[in-house]
Design a protein around this ligand. Sequence first.
Ligand code: PLP
Length: 362
Amino acid sequence: MSKWPDWLPLKAALTDSSVYGAPQISNVVMLNTNENPFPLPAQVVDQISEAVRQTAVDLNRYPDRDAIALRTALAKYISKDVNGISIDNIWAANGSNEILQQLFLAYASGVCLGFTPSYSVHPLIAKITGANWVAAALDNNFNLNIDLLASLINKENPSLIFITTPNNPTGGVVKYELLEKIASLVVGRKTLLVIDEAYAEFSTEKSAVNLISKYPQVVVVRTMSKAFAFAGARLGYLVADKTVVDGLKVVRLPYHLSSLTQAAALVALENAKIMQSEITEIVKSRQVVKDGLEKLGLKVIDSGANFLFFTGFKGSSEQLWQQLLDQQLLVRDVGYAGYLRVSIGTESENQKFLQSIKLILG
Ligand SMILES: Cc1ncc(COP(=O)(O)O)c(C=O)c1O
């Protein structure tokens, strides 16, 4: 029986859906949503407060619809990785999830192709926007098989292909050279290759933004939620050929990005170095946590992100997830049997995690 009343005209494709979202529980150590555990530096908090105060005076007016100042600053930030990027190549929205939604709204028709396990919001937005999602399995080591992908591209003729690198939940990184091979597969097709680089700054791999000038069908999705420790502000962005950005402007809601968000993100970008000063610490801690888990006999997938995917424990993921929660530690059960994902926290949070799991596994 449907949980929805008969009078509710919920779309048929959505009646079996549940609300997406990791649990938000207070008074626990939150290692479940890959946030950056470090609060903003005090001097940036002060500058953001001042920028918000100044912006508040003009809140009777709609925001800059095209977020010119912010996109200019994002272009400058991305220019450290690649030459030739200007404001025309950048789009910004409320988190990279909204960027992903806009990509589906503008460009999804027929089949959209992705991998599993990967970021579950890609198929979710496909469903919400009425796209037909087809997922290929990663291999036993969670690597991408290009032959499988090539045959699926030929068979399905997808409008959008999604690759997440570093991948969520596995942490695995797709080599730049492989991405270039995949980009060459879509040349001559009516297809965009979307590279979700939400965790790029935690990896040493060359960014796919370097492919855009040669392969205009490559679209790179980024976020300030992770490396910038700015998840609460909701600022995601896209780097792509100008025409891809122009297409997104057709589907974006008017004034989608508030003046307050634009002002705060601009300050964060001006302070990019300070905002990202904890990346080295997080990458170091990632190794400490990996070593700690391996010492307990667990298998941990190599990660280029701010989280680890691990297996090799007795009992189910649900059991270990609950046992950790009983110790006030919230990790993520992504529904992949036998595995759990843990975000890298502060040093004391990581130690608490390692001590608790040691205790539980005996
Ligand atoms: C791979 C990936 N892409 C996109 C996002 C969305 O990030 P946001 O909407 O905060 O920018 C996440 C969040 O966890 C993610 O893991």
